[in-house]
Design a protein around this ligand. Structure first.
Ligand SMILES: Cc1cc2nc3c(=O)[nH]c(=O)nc-3n(C[C@H](O)[C@H](O)[C@H](O)COP(=O)(O)OP(=O)(O)OC[C@H]3O[C@@H](n4cnc5c(N)ncnc54)[C@H](O)[C@@H]3O)c2cc1C
Length: 507
């Protein structure tokens, strides 16, 4: 970004899944676009903690049941037409499946399995099946105990049946966000990271955005700042809403062939718990619902960990505490203007609020198209680019290559033969490639390569990753951070801690 004034047609504030997917969608047209992202990488806001479900089939129905407050007839409530969230969710899901082969990304379709424990649950199963048929959802099966065991052999004996939905899919949200941003960039979009929007001036014919790295003049502004979208809207006096949320604590467990489907209990009003088999051989246990204290709170507590760990153990008694890898927390966002829906509006000419509520990952591609339509209606000229490259240039994971190709690669580049992360089988060369592709923090390397996402959570590989990063970036290892800003990992050399040497001593 220039120190003077960067000029663009569309400025997208926020490079989460919403902003990055929009940037990619706009890159199909002859439009100058930039993304302003405050973190060191795209996707490091709420998207980073997302559990990665691309809902299909009965998920939205189940979520409606959980949210039922008994204020109207239950069946009438279930039959109500879907809101924007559900509409975009169903459309966006198709996009993910279409995009996966073109962008070289993974999407798994484990399906969803609901567990029934008693007759009341079985009645609910039959009701959901009836509603699914009413909505035309394909492939739903009511299961007895035998059919349940065939699908999940290790499931607790106490479950007497359930419901199977083949439509639920899982992705790695950060991987997809990086890919959306990389693909947009490959097609001409400017992505400015570590760029914090601090103020916006409405000049009537355009906007001037003040950031920590200079100013941006934009004809159109899309506010996709997630949890902070109310603050951004407030900068142009367009915040008649707040963004708040439920704090969710989650666990990650090793998946030693325990769980094969997205698992949940038969939903009942005010009850929901999920086990998600991720794309990289772990299980996410989701999640607690707690009131938000403040937006920066990322803490986890022993009390919640103790409560959450009982859920997978109850569903699969072979799981135990020793399979626990990590815990984290995030915010299930909602806006106070439309608490149960996304807020997609243009309060001012050329200014769009794209305030996504949870779930917002699944709907993102359809949401992007919706925003492009809004921009066009406001006068943005959209001429398709003949040189748009629909494919993303990306190296496959080394471990997934056939043996002869692995051998060729190691012969050409010895770094492929040095395993840095043994849990996830990530080679030195892949870490180097991630840094050369722009990763500047350990977390970005982690999410680009999977190094550090396995059982040991980086216990063994982080020091090696730091060393490689320091070599590639030509800085001292103590300058390498976990996620940008002041998140330094090293304090100094152990042997020179008390005798500081110029350029390499303690900070
Ligand atoms: C625990 C949990 C589980 C979830 N699971 C699912 C799921 O399975 N499926 C699903 O569909 N959804 C799920 N969601 C919801 C989903 O994660 C969010 O809806 C989605 O990630 C929102 O994306 P976003 O791009 O709108 O927001 P964000 O990812 O938060 O992106 C906003 C970006 O704006 C940036 N920003 C903020 N302020 C500024 C500023 N001043 N200047 C510059 N940049 C700024 C932030 O750094 C951030 O990167 C889950 C959410 C949580 C918390």
């Amino acid at each position: 970004m220039s120190k003077q004034m960067t000029e663009t047609q569309v400025a997208i504030i926020g490079g989460g899944i919403t902003g990055a997917t929009l940037a990619r969608e706009l890159s199909k047209y002859k439009v100058d676009v930039c993304v302003l992202e405050k973190e060191s990488a795209c996707g490091f806001g709420v998207t980073k903690v997302c559990q990665g479900l691309v809902h299909g089939g009965i998920a939205y129905l189940a979520s409606r049941i959980v949210k039922f407050h008994g204020n109207m007839d239950f069946m009438e409530y279930l039959k109500q037409p879907g809101n924007l969230k559900e509409k975009l969710g169903n459309l966006g899901r198709e996009d993910y499946f279409n995009l996966a082969p073109v962008l070289g990304l993974e999407i798994h379709r484990p399906g969803r399995l609901m567990l029934a424990e008693n007759q009341e649950d079985l009645d609910m199963v039959n009701l959901i099946k009836e509603m699914a048929d009413f909505q035309g959802i394909q492939g739903i099966e009511v299961l007895d105990r035998k059919a349940l065991e065939e699908r999940e052999p290790l499931v607790n004996e106490k479950y007497i049946g359930g419901l199977y939905d083949p439509n639920e899919a899982v992705i790695l949200p950060t991987d997809w966000t990086f890919a959306m941003a990389d693909h947009a960039q490959q097609n001409g979009v400017h992505i400015f990271k570590e760029t914090i929007v601090e103020g916006i001036e409405d000049k009537k014919s355009h906007y001037v955005i003040k950031t920590n790295r200079g100013r941006v003049k934009a004809e159109y502004v899309v506010n996709a700042a997630g949890l902070y979208a109310d603050e951004i809207a407030g900068m142009v006096d367009a915040a008649d809403f707040e963004v708040t949320g439920w704090k969710a604590q989650l666990l990650i467990l090793e998946n030693r062939d325990f769980v094969h489907h997205v698992m949940c209990l038969v939903p009942h009003p005010q009850r929901g718990r999920l086990l998600i088999p991720t794309t990289h051989n772990s299980i996410v246990v989701a999640h607690s619902f707690e009131p938000m204290t403040h937006k920066g709170d990322k803490s986890t507590t022993k009390e919640k960990l103790d409560e959450l760990i009982t859920w997978p153990i109850e569903m699969f008694p072979d799981i135990s505490r020793k399979h626990l890898i990590s815990s984290f927390s995030g915010y299930l966002m909602y806006n106070t203007k439309k608490p149960s829906d996304h807020l997609l509006e243009s309060p001012k000419r050329g200014f769009i609020n794209a305030v996504v509520g949870a779930p917002g990952l699944g709907p993102a591609p359809a949401m992007a198209r919706e925003i492009v339509n809004m921009l066009e209606h406001q006068g943005l000229e959209l001429t398709a680019r003949s040189d748009f490259n629909p494919y993303l240039t990306r190296e496959p994971r080394f471990i997934d290559l056939p043996s002869d190709e692995k051998k060729d690669r190691i012969e050409a580049e010895a770094g492929y033969g040095h395993m840095v992360c043994r849990c996830m089988h990530v080679s030195e060369q892949e870490v180097r490639a991630a840094v050369r592709a722009g990763a500047k923090t350990v977390d970005e390397v982690k999410f680009r390569t999977l190094a550090g996402m396995g059982r040991c959570q980086g216990g063994f590989c982080t020091s090696r990753v730091i060393q490689i990063m320091a070599e590639e970036l030509q800085v001292s290892p103590i300058e390498i951070t976990k996620r940008g800003g002041g998140s330094y990992i090293l304090k100094g050399k152990t042997k020179s801690f008390w005798e500081e040497r110029p350029g390499e001593g303690a900070r």
